[in-house]
Design a protein around this ligand. Structure first.
Ligand code: TXA
Ligand code: MG
Length: 349
């Protein structure tokens, strides 16, 4: 946690104050801001969110402005109970009930047909709305105290790595919002799984904290949106380059020993690398993000690691990709997005 004093402000004109999220008076203060149409940043178990009253067009407009977010990229609406969903959708289906009772609160966002209560700006004009119930107690307390569902994207400017610490939020959008609730480091570290249940077959639009295997065992039938979803985006957020550090990043896939050798032979003073703990090279420009088989650690540490890579004055960054098992699939997804089209397959080298 950072100290609860007025911290340095970057850009913007407001004095941004970081508040301890475990104090109920701080939750109340932030809820007052949200009720009066303002924005605050708050912790969730996935990443920090930039929240506004989801039912108020004007407040929602503030999110797009602060993030510099394209208007065609819809927002996730956060609720504090399963019952809160009824007012936001045209009907509560059995599949929704099954998934919500099993995975909520938690890192699973469900896309459903929207009701007329949800402003078109939240859903970017789509007839579906994405909804999730976060697990972090401060997020739940804030939604309850605000007495409204909260629209909240990750609290980073569009294109930057998502924030997993209050300090990330401060350095990204400090000066633009009055308060940041500090609830410590985000446990999951990657954004929620986005699952579209508005069609015949449930479809994963974004991999995340709840894995394909888990959803498959619960639902029997689930599709993974592939590259076609990026060309003709099912989830509009998928078509934008994301999470990018300043220097261009190349994602290196293959077994960890092969990717480590590939990177080792290319390291110099103008190059940095994101590597597994058990394959760390002895070079000053290396950032580690967990053991090669510990996908949970990699997920939790990835975004902070991408930000650390920005502290090096380098021209190129390499990243070791994990295997695409379990949560590793979501880790690979985020690193590939940070890499854009720069991906090397070591098995073919
Ligand atoms: O873990 C999370 O989901 C975090 C925390 C704060 O809850 N939020 C988050 O929001 O990652 P954001 O805005 O960074 O990503 C939302 C994703 C985007 O890819 C967006 O396109 C997709 O969800 N999305 C939102 N509404 C949708 C809809 N109606 N249909 C399809 N995709 C949708
Ligand atoms: Mg985001």
């Amino acid at each position: 946690m950072v100290s609860y004093q007025h911290l340095e402000i970057h850009g913007g004109s407001l004095e941004t104050i970081v508040l301890d999220a475990s104090q109920s008076e701080n939750i109340k203060m932030c809820a007052e801001v949200l009720k009066s149409g303002g924005l605050v940043a708050f912790p969730t178990e996935t990443v920090y969110g930039l929240g506004a009253n989801a039912l108020d067009e004007n407040s929602v407009a503030g999110i797009f402005e602060i993030k510099g977010r394209p208007q065609d990229n819809p927002l996730i609406v956060h609720v504090a109970s399963i019952d809160d969903v009824e007012q936001l959708v045209t009907g509560v289906t059995n599949i929704f009930k099954t998934l919500a009772s099993k995975y909520w609160p938690g890192p699973l966002t469900l896309v459903m047909r929207k009701s007329s209560n949800v402003p078109g700006s939240v859903t970017a004009g789509l007839d579906t709305v994405a909804i999730r119930m976060p697990e972090h107690p401060a997020a739940l307390a804030l939604i309850r105290a605000s007495d409204t569902p909260l629209a909240a994207p990750s609290a980073n400017p569009s294109g930057r790595p998502s924030p997993t610490k209050a300090l990330h939020v401060m350095s990204d959008i400090g000066g633009k919002i009055p308060y940041i609730l500090d609830g410590g480091d985000c446990k999951v570290g990657l954004e929620s799984t986005v699952l579209d249940i508005s069609g015949e077959i449930p479809r994963i639009l974004r991999p995340g904290g709840v894995t394909y295997d888990e959803l498959k065992s619960t639902l029997g039938n689930v599709e993974l949106a592939g590259s076609e979803a990026v060309e003709k985006p099912m989830s509009p957020g998928m078509k934008y380059r994301h999470y990018a550090p300043k220097a261009p990043l190349t994602a290196v896939s293959g077994s960890p020993d092969k990717t480590a050798v590939y990177i080792a032979t290319r390291m110099d003073d103008c190059t940095a690398a994101l590597m597994f703990d058990d394959y760390a090279l002895s070079h000053p420009n290396i950032v580690l993000y967990g053991h090669s088989t510990d996908y949970t650690a990699q997920a939790a540490r990835l975004f902070d690691a991408l930000r650390k890579l920005d502290s090096f004055d380098v021209k190129k960054i390499y990243a070791q990709l994990p295997q695409e098992n379990e949560l590793g699939y979501a880790v690979v997804d985020r690193i590939k997005k940070a890499a854009g089209s720069s991906i090397v397959d070591c098995t073919k080298e």
